[in-house]
Design a protein around this ligand. Structure first.
Ligand code: SF4
Length: 352
């Protein structure tokens, strides 16, 4: 059964190479913009969001759009939503072919709360659940970049709990999500080494790397200088890539292609390949606004205004205009994992 869902995800992703999908197979959904962190490279924590989608509205959305095979529940801090289990349940129950659920956490909710809610989610029976623990430096740097003393140690404590949970739930795994930014330049390799000491058994393959970017509709950091200097990013990435081991597991192959292209992006500042925004995926914010991607401030519609069904939006004029703009090479330059994975699998030659 799980194998069928995996094949279903792979087949849909490959099909997106050749044909327009009737609906997206990946949903990037910021379920709340509340956040208790104080990151230097992201301004989401400064928002005071009200009027976010309710659980009833999310259920309605999940019911009317039941083709997702991959759902990313992000934030803000997603575990600040007390109904996160119900949200996961809604997608699991409605999208019958759902194969993978991915979620980040900043490790600032109590570990007991995260473990307890995650355990409930794992019991739903989604074949793969992947958590990303945000980690932007070794102890001193992470706490400074995140603006919360003690945050590094909380990440390590949660990672130890997750390591235990992996033994009980074979479909569960986790990664450290590291964002190279202006405030942690040159600290990646030391961070990886420090975590390997703290948590024996950890390897560079347990790290997922992003580059800090600006976006007005997501990070709300359009007026801040958050990017690291290009030469420094390139040097860190090249060193990091040497630490990674080649693994034939499909997600690791895609991650390897993502990183290879991240290096191209860091070197050139150019997008390595056309995105699959509004072909394979879309971004839904916590108020129901639909965007092509988390980096593209072009609102297509609001699910509250279209009865929560994506069908008409997906084939509507606004979406067609976005697709034409992508074909003309006019989309904002971006290379984030939320969109890049679909681009890689949707441009299958990039895996070779
Ligand atoms: S990067 Fe994550 S943890 Fe930091 S402010 Fe933004 S949403 Fe919050």
């Amino acid at each position: 059964m799980h194998t069928n869902k995996f094949i279903g995800l792979g087949a849909t992703a490959l099909r997106s190479n050749f044909t327009r999908l009737q609906l997206p197979y990946k949903l990037n959904f910021a379920i709340t913009m509340r956040c208790q962190s104080r990151c230097l490279h992201c301004s989401i924590w400064q928002l005071k969001p009200t009027g976010e989608l309710t659980i009833e509205e999310i259920r309605e959305f999940a019911k009317k759009n039941n083709s997702f095979k991959w759902v990313e529940l992000t934030g803000g801090e997603p575990f600040l939503r007390s109904d996160i289990v119900e949200i996961a349940r809604a997608f699991k129950e409605e999208s019958r072919k759902l194969y993978v659920l991915t979620m980040p956490t900043n490790s600032l909710c109590s570990n007991e709360l995260v473990v307890s809610r995650l355990t409930e989610i794992l019991k739903l029976g989604i074949p793969r659940v992947v958590m990303t623990l945000s980690l932007d430096g070794h102890r001193e740097v992470h706490d400074r970049v995140r603006g919360v003393p003690g945050n590094f140690d909380r990440v390590m404590a949660l990672a130890r709990k997750f390591t235990e949970m992996k033994k009980e739930y074979p479909g569960f795994s986790f990664l450290f999500g590291y964002t190279i930014n202006k405030f942690n330049e040159g600290q990646l390799i030391r961070t990886v080494n420090e975590v390997m000491k703290e948590l024996p058994g950890t390897t560079a393959n347990d790290f997922h790397i992003n580059l800090a970017q600006n976006s007005s509709n997501y990070y709300h950091n359009e007026n801040s200088q958050v990017k690291a200097a290009s030469d420094d990013m390139v040097a860190e990435l090249e060193q990091f890539l040497k630490m990674r081991r080649m693994q034939m597991e499909p997600m690791q192959l895609v991650e390897g292609a993502f990183l290879k292209n991240l290096l191209v992006f860091a070197k050139t500042g150019k997008q390595p390949m056309k995105s699959r925004s509004l072909e394979a995926s879309l971004f839904l914010d916590s108020w129901g606004n639909i965007y092509p991607s988390i980096m593209w401030d072009k609102k297509i519609a609001n699910v509250r205004e279209v009865g929560f069904a994506l069908g008409k939006v997906w084939s509507g004029r606004e979406a067609e205009e976005v697709r034409s703009a992508i074909k003309r090479g006019e989309e904002p330059v971006q290379w984030t994992s939320c969109e890049a994975y679909q681009s890689i699998v949707g441009n299958v030659g990039s895996l070779l």
